[in-house]
Design a protein around this ligand. Structure first.
Ligand code: GCO
Length: 462
């Protein structure tokens, strides 16, 4: 008996040592780090990003509009304090002034998303006015020497598409592909960087596992099915657009959010297990799909899915990396929520439920690098209402990116999320990610003090 106990203890210790080594949670001593004098090549580009539903206003024909105007099973609002996107930043009407704000910062690129529901309000109808609007946005950017970057899908679906089952059904992917085929030729002589789908893992995990994005499901199996369908959609769009005129001159890529899940108690087997499972679903599925074209996941009683395609491996011109932070997970005995998010005492928190963790940005870049494609940082930023951590965040995260570049990682550009405060999905307007603060009563935009660090770094003046 004693022998068995000793063997079990040894195996346990070996496992923990192995995990600590294999899955090291990086921490740097910032007191000893000099973040001044970071130099970037002249071809490196600096931009900022927004997404249609979050800034444009009057998106009344998509799944998020329905979601914001519905209640959950307890008759509680879906969005914090029953907020709704409504007019948002009125970017639809104010884009010319907003472009001036981008110019004032000295940025060279702007990433926008097209609101599918405005362009294709019905299955058989395209709205020319909406198309003209985006043509004008693109032309206005080019006039100011700002390179436009288009995202084709950033979380929102037209209501008609949702009613057909959205991305829950593999058959529906074709609707999205047709939309992309219609749009691409209109812009492809002017727009050279295209993001197919923004954060398929966030869309599926938040909408089908956590239930806080539409449609509010809580099904692990459906989560991975939807994720698979979004990845297939990316591959189909990628190949279709590459084969169209201008396709080969454009960079077309998937945007993936990487968030690490680290064990709250390093000695606790169950904390490790929930981290391994969560990492695999949130990060591993998309990474393995991009690298090998295969998804193979089987966690009994939770999820099971096998998919493989010989067209999917490396079918992306760049890896669009969105990075914010990591989470500590603590195992919990609960069938539906088998872990809780925790924070460490010395963590500097952002206003979102995660800390400032620049080392994680470096880890994510190294992970993304394994795909073997150039990386574009398509999003990185902080929600900081008091604006007393933004400068530190920018300095540390850009340092982490700079370090990776120095070590040889091919990173082409960086987009700060976001140009201005906007509708932060389930969190409503409380999360202040903007370089510019927005007064939502007057629509006045004011540059935040903390944003100056970004501008100084870009101008090599830090
Ligand atoms: C996402 C999106 C953005 C968010 C941003 C801040 O990651 O959810 O791409 O729409 O607003 O990431 O959370």
């Amino acid at each position: 008996m004693m022998i068995i106990l000793i063997i079990v203890c040894i195996i346990y210790l070996l496992f923990i040592f192995h995990m600590l080594f294999w899955h090291s949670e990086l921490k740097w001593n910032w007191d000893k780090i000099d973040t001044s004098n970071m130099k970037f090549s002249n071809s490196f580009y600096w931009g900022t990003a927004t997404a249609s539903h979050q800034v444009e206003g009057n998106c009344k024909n998509n799944n998020w509009y329905n979601w914001e105007n519905s209640k959950d099973e307890n008759n509680a609002p879906r969005i914090k304090d029953n907020q709704k996107a409504n007019l948002a930043c009125d970017h639809w009407n104010r884009y010319k002034d907003d472009i001036k704000l981008i110019t004032n910062l000295g940025l060279t690129h702007y990433r926008i998303s097209l609101e599918w529901s405005k362009i294709q309000p019905d299955k058989d109808e395209y709205n020319q006015e909406a198309i003209n609007h985006y043509v004008d946005v693109v032309d206005s950017l080019l006039e100011k020497n700002i390179t436009p970057v288009i995202t084709l899908h950033h979380f929102t679906n037209p209501i008609w598409f949702d009613q057909l089952g959205g991305f829950e059904k593999e058959d529906n992917i074709d609707f999205f592909v047709s939309f992309c085929e219609k749009i691409f030729p209109i812009f492809s002589d002017k727009v050279k960087i295209w993001c197919t789908i923004n954060e398929p893992e966030v869309y599926s995990v938040m909408g089908y596992f956590a239930g806080v994005f539409p449609p509010g499901s809580k099904s692990p199996q459906l989560t991975v099915e939807v994720l698979k369908n979004l990845l297939i959609a990316h591959t189909s769009v990628y190949h279709k657009l590459k084969n169209m005129p201008n396709g080969l001159n454009c960079q077309i890529g998937l945007v993936k959010n990487i968030m690490q899940f680290d064990p709250y108690r390093k000695w606790h087997l169950l904390d490790w297990i929930v981290c391994i499972v969560t990492n695999k679903i949130y990060n591993g599925i998309a990474l393995s799909y991009l690298k090998t074209g295969t998804i193979n996941i089987n966690y009994p009683f939770l999820v099971k899915l096998y998919y493989s395609s010989n067209k999917a491996a490396l079918a992306t011109d760049f890896f669009g990396l969105n990075y914010y932070s990591h989470n500590y997970l603590k195992f919990k005995f609960d069938k539906y929520e088998f872990f809780e998010n925790k924070y460490m005492e010395d963590d500097i928190m952002t206003d979102m439920p995660y800390p400032i963790y620049a080392e994680g940005f470096y880890r994510a870049i190294k992970e993304a690098e394994k795909i073997g494609k150039p990386i574009i940082i398509t999003e990185n930023g902080i929600a900081d209402y008091k604006d007393n951590r933004r400068s530190l965040f920018i300095e540390r995260y850009i340092y982490a990116m700079h370090k990776a570049i120095q070590e040889g990682t091919d990173i082409q550009g960086y987009f700060y999320w976001s140009l201005m405060d906007n509708f932060e999905w389930a969190e409503g307007y409380d999360m202040k990610f903007g370089l510019y603060e927005v007064d939502f009563k007057t629509q006045e935009r004011t540059l935040r003090k903390g944003s100056e660090t970004f501008i100084n770094i870009i101008n090599g003046q830090q």
